[in-house]
Design a binder for this molecule. Structure first.
Ligand SMILES: [Zn+2]
Length: 661
């Protein structure tokens, strides 16, 4: 099996897409709001489990397979998508080439080194006399033996080269130690020394429990920095990792909520006290990558912010002050607008809890765990929280100050995706500012009207039954007919690519026949599989402006994964050179057939949707209606083109026959 097929056979597109947006069952498909365009009323995005494909029936009018979905959503190229999905599917990718093979081996070796380093630091923590201060510090924080063991707390000696020597003796080179972030280099003098010295070592694991780096706390009074992290390495990426997630994920799922805190100690303290659905963001604002990872386990996030970061400074006013004083740190820690946008994109529920001045979760959990639970229960939605903070000390007689607050909060409200929720905050802000909501809405000079009223729906599209479209009501029957059709379509796509690889000169000939019948040339969107789309694009480029194009030339320009596809396509037997004219006719007709089938399937889906959905007087539905009309016309045109082509073929065959006799 080709590697892309292997991956597709192991993953379910419904699961993967569900990581990004909620889907609901809708007949034999799943529907949701399109993640690629503004889509809030009628779900325009469909996933078809049978064919493992997706399609947006709204503004995007685009679709594809699992690969094209993640490529579009994550901005990955095919290679990245392949690597990510392969690891998700547990498919081992054959290294593309010796360079990549070496890269993988380097990463594995780095992981092994970091694991060994964690063991080394842990042993020192437990047994070294020099680790007394570290042990005292941990005892002060009331962490018990079990917690120390679970998190594998460690100690780095007060030395410039203890760690370096230890691992050199085990065969690791300086460059490996540098790459793993255990060693550091003075750029001026070129000297190398242990990065972590006299620090409490806290291993940071990725979601699968593999050690990716360390957080290291100083044990010296007023030591700077208080926490020293591993540098960015192949395995350590702060904006993707969350401390404690590997151990917390099961508990997050059970508790249906994750509590996001700032510090390692908070997570460990929580763990020890039985609050195990906690993870720490490690000093940066939450990134979408982090939230996405968490979203596999829950849709509900509670951010517990320190009073100093959250309180005054976290308000919009505070952010402005922070910017003025160039206090970047505060600016990035709490990004309310970013959170609201994440919330909308991820369809998540993000809440904020502020801790009492001078307290962190660690301290509260240690001293009064009932209070911790109470605080969590009081968590507020982001916008409510910002309104609260921004108006808390507001002088209600100062009109200008009120306008300023309104202007700061309004962008947040505008970003809210859900219309009911949005309306709720319009009212809430008006109340908090003690102004009329209508006045507030007038500040909104830039906001586009969101609720469209439009005249009656366009007339329903003409019936397609005369075009031999399967009637959408007899579902059992259609399933078979459609999927047969699709398998045939898949084969037709493969046949087209295969023939064009064998006979590149046929590509313009097929396009010419299509053009003669007012049909667009064969293009990437004619293909279902992401790799076929890429392959076609490469083939078009390969063919452009050349009389002769060799397969080797094409293969040189392709990734290994596409090369594999080319080889399997070349294995299909070519049509003899003598029959190329007929082949061009056949392929052009074949293209039209599969185009018609694909549109037919889409039409069937949309019609089914319209039968089910009651409230159709909105923009999304209107868009779909228009699309339906468009497709209907497209099918009529294809039908016409097919008739014309068939007539030409018949005439040619007759001429040929006449010639023979
Ligand atoms: Zn869309």
């Amino acid at each position: 099996m080709r590697v892309t097929e292997e991956i597709k056979s192991r993953l379910d597109i419904v699961d993967i897409v569900s990581d990004y947006l909620p889907l609901r069952k809708s007949g034999r498909s799943f529907s949701g709001f399109c993640p690629f365009h503004q889509n809030t009323r009628t779900p325009a995005f469909y996933v078809f489990p049978e064919t493992q494909t997706w399609h947006c029936f709204g503004a995007c009018a685009e679709g594809g397979d699992l690969f094209s979905f993640v490529m579009k959503k994550e901005g990955w190229d095919f290679k990245e998508a392949l690597a990510k999905l392969a690891s998700k599917a547990g498919v081992e990718l054959e290294p593309f080439n010796p360079v990549n093979k070496k890269k993988q081996a380097t990463e594995d070796k780095m992981a092994a080194l970091l694991a060994a380093a964690a063991d080394y630091f842990h042993m020192l923590f437990l047994h070294a006399p020099q680790a007394e201060a570290a042990r005292n510090y941990v005892a002060q924080r009331a962490l018990n033996e079990e917690t120390i063991a679970v998190f594998k707390l460690g100690y780095a000696l007060q030395s410039w080269n203890a760690c370096r020597t230890h691992f050199q003796d085990q065969g690791y080179s300086d460059s490996e130690l540098l790459a793993a972030g255990l060693l550091t280099e003075n750029p001026d003098k070129g000297t190398r020394y242990d990065r972590f010295r006299n620090r409490l070592m806290i291993p940071i694991r990725d979601v699968n429990g593999r050690i990716a780096g360390f957080g290291a706390r100083t044990l010296e009074k007023d030591g700077i920095p208080k926490y020293l992290n591993s540098p960015q390495t192949k395995l350590f990426n702060k904006s993707h990792l969350l401390f404690g997630l590997d151990g917390a994920k099961r508990h997050i799922r059970e508790a249906r909520q994750v509590v996001i805190v700032e510090g390692y100690m908070d997570v460990m303290q929580g763990w020890q006290a039985g609050f195990r659905n906690m993870a720490a963001q490690m000093g940066t604002a939450l990134t979408e990558a982090q939230l996405r990872q968490l979203k596999r386990y829950t849709k509900r996030f509670v951010l517990a912010l320190d009073a100093d970061a959250a309180g005054q400074k976290a308000t919009m006013r505070g952010l402005q002050v922070a910017r003025e004083t160039l206090d970047r740190e505060v600016e990035v820690k709490f990004d309310a607008r970013g959170l609201v946008q994440h919330e909308g994109r991820l369809q998540a529920d993000i809440r904020i809890v502020t801790l009492p001045e001078g307290n962190d979760p660690d301290k509260i959990i240690r001293t009064d765990s009932a209070q911790w639970l109470q605080l969590l229960a009081q968590a507020q939605p982001v916008v409510a929280y910002v309104i609260d903070m921004a108006t808390r000390d507001l002088d209600m007689t100062d009109a200008k100050a009120k306008t300023a607050v309104a202007q700061q909060v309004l962008p947040l409200i505008k970003d809210i995706v859900d219309p009911v929720e949005r309306d709720h905050y319009w009212q809430a802000l008006a109340r908090a500012l003690r102004v009329d909501e209508r006045a507030l809405r007038q500040i909104q000079v830039q906001e586009k009207p969101r609720v469209y009223s439009h005249p009656a729906m366009p007339p329903p599209p003409p019936s397609l039954s005369e075009l031999e479209m399967p009637p959408p009501s007899q579902s059992g029957k259609i399933v078979r007919r459609i999927s047969d059709g699709r398998m045939a379509a898949g084969k037709r796509e493969a046949n087209y690519l295969s023939q064009c690889l064998h006979h590149p000169q046929i590509m313009p000939q097929v396009n010419q026949r299509l053009a003669q019948n007012q049909q667009p040339p064969v293009n990437a969107s004619d293909f279902t599989a992401a790799e076929d789309r890429l392959l076609l694009q490469q083939m078009v480029r390969w063919r452009e402006g050349r009389a002769v194009a060799s397969i080797d030339e094409l293969c040189d320009s392709l990734d290994e994964a596409l090369n594999e596809r080319v080889q399997s396509l070349l294995a299909l037997s070519p049509t003899p050179e003598s029959e190329l004219d007929r082949l061009a006719d056949k392929l052009a007709l074949s293209v039209l057939n599969w185009r018609q089938e694909k549109i037919g399937q889409l039409v069937g889906e949309v019609k089914q949707l319209f039968r089910k959905e009651q409230a159709l007087d909105n923009t999304d539905a209107r868009e779909m209606y228009e699309k339906l009309n468009e497709w209907t016309l497209a099918v009529l045109r294809i039908h016409k083109a097919k008739s014309a082509m068939s007539a030409v073929s018949r005439r040619k065959a007759e001429d040929l026959g006449n010639g023979r006799f």
